[in-house]
Design a protein around this ligand. Structure first.
Ligand code: NAP
Ligand code: ZN
Length: 349
């Protein structure tokens, strides 16, 4: 039977989030139901409640960095039992049959990915998916991650989106001991990129617009920090990086960062500024440089990332809040006033 679940969401753009009731589907044979313990707040949640990309489905219940404890499993589930820790990130369904699903790249499913919120719901006609700002979550076991027993479970929640979004390109573009990795923008994604790239053995340089993050970047593990408003520091960093992970959420000039790359270097966009970005031809032609992008990561790689972070003791630096403070948290996130991720303690709902 479908159940009614308490959640936090909003019915229109510029409306504050408030308590609402949502429907969760009846448990299917392969489904896992879990109580949500913690949910991170990603800048993508903010883009979606502002309808930055168009296409937001109302009412929206955001949240895609979801950690919980299993409360019920379907008759065919063997991967989980009641009481286990469980986690869900951005992907909760895909066709499972196309060339990309077959290669564990579910985020590029040719028949359409179902995201943890703001996607049509194949199980309940006329409904769309609702995210982790809710008491319970239900989805197929294939998309539920085994959550390692992190000591600080709340601060591990942001790994489910921010973590995999930087881990995947770092792996794909070969971050390692012989590589210099630049991290552009030190927010939720950026601060985890520093920690993960360091754990992979790379030398890490951060590029930040915030003077207060220059010192902090070193505490987070960065080898060097460049204040992007200082032309001398920027000049000194020219031509120095093999890979740059660009996490900036707003329109910015990528050309000056293409200049920071070595010959054959890659600037990898993971940030999602709603506006188009301009690339000058000479900035990629000279030096055979790549301007590229990356979108979260597949389910298998997300599990690999969780295990890697557990092994290397990597979690987010988080500010734990109650759900009733979520609107203030979104305002602060918009102003860049968070070091470095808000996580909601869902017991407050
Ligand atoms: P965040 O915590 O707000 O961090 C973004 C950082 O970008 C800020 O801390 C700031 O760093 C920098 N920044 C912001 N505005 C800027 C501007 N106008 N010019 C230059 N720098 C600016 O956001 P997040 O949660 O890390 O997410 C970052 C972006 O990634 C968002 O657009 C989000 O939607 C996107 N995202 C993409 C994926 C994917 O799969 N591709 C997954 C998750 C999130 P400094 O203070 O250091 O300059
Ligand atoms: Zn996200």
């Amino acid at each position: 039977m479908e159940t009614i679940v308490k959640a936090y969401g909003t019915g229109a753009v510029n409306n504050p989030l408030a308590a609402i009731d949502i429907k969760r589907r009846a448990i299917q044979p392969k489904d896992v139901e879990f109580e949500v313990l913690y949910c991170g707040i990603c800048h993508s949640d903010l883009h979606q409640i502002k309808n930055d990309f168009g296409g937001t489905m109302w009412p929206i219940v955001p949240g895609h960095e979801i950690v919980g404890r299993v409360t019920q499993v379907g008759s065919e589930v063997t991967k989980f039992k009641v009481g286990d820790l469980a986690a869900v990130g951005c992907i909760v369904d895909s066709c499972g049959e196309c060339q990309h699903c077959e290669h564990s790249l579910e985020m590029f499913c040719e028949n359409g990915v179902t995201f943890s919120f703001n996607s049509p719901d194949a199980y309940m006609e006329g409904e769309h998916t609702y995210g982790g700002f809710s008491k319970k979550y239900v989805c197929e076991d294939k998309y539920v991650l085994k959550m390692p027993a992190f000591e600080d479970l709340a601060s591990a929640a942001p790994l489910l989106c921010a973590g995999i979004t930087v881990y995947s390109p770092l792996r794909h573009w070969g971050a390692g001991p012989d590589k210099k990795v630049g991290v552009l923008g030190i927010g939720g994604l950026g601060h985890l990129a520093i920690k993960i790239a360091k754990a992979m053995g790379a030398e890490v340089t951060v590029f930040t617009t915030s003077p207060s993050k220059v010192e902090d970047a070193k505490r987070l593990g960065a080898d060097k920090a460049v204040l992007s408003s200082d032309p001398e520091q920027m000049q000194a960093a020219m031509g120095s990086q093999d890979i740059i992970i660009d996490t900036v959420s707003a329109k910015h000039d990528v050309n000056q960062y293409l200049g920071m790359l070595k010959v054959d270097g890659s600037l990898v966009l993971v940030g999602l500024p709603p506006e188009n970005l301009e690339v000058g031809a000479f900035n990629v032609v000279m030096g055979r440089k790549s301007f590229s992008g990356s979108n979260i990561g597949g389910i298998a790689e997300t599990q690999e990332m969780l295990d890697f972070c557990y092994e290397h003791n990597i979690v987010a630096e988080s500010e734990i809040i109650n759900i009733q403070d979520v609107n203030e948290a979104f305002e602060r996130l918009e102003k860049g006033d968070v070091k470095y991720r808000f996580v909601i303690d869902m017991a407050s709902l």
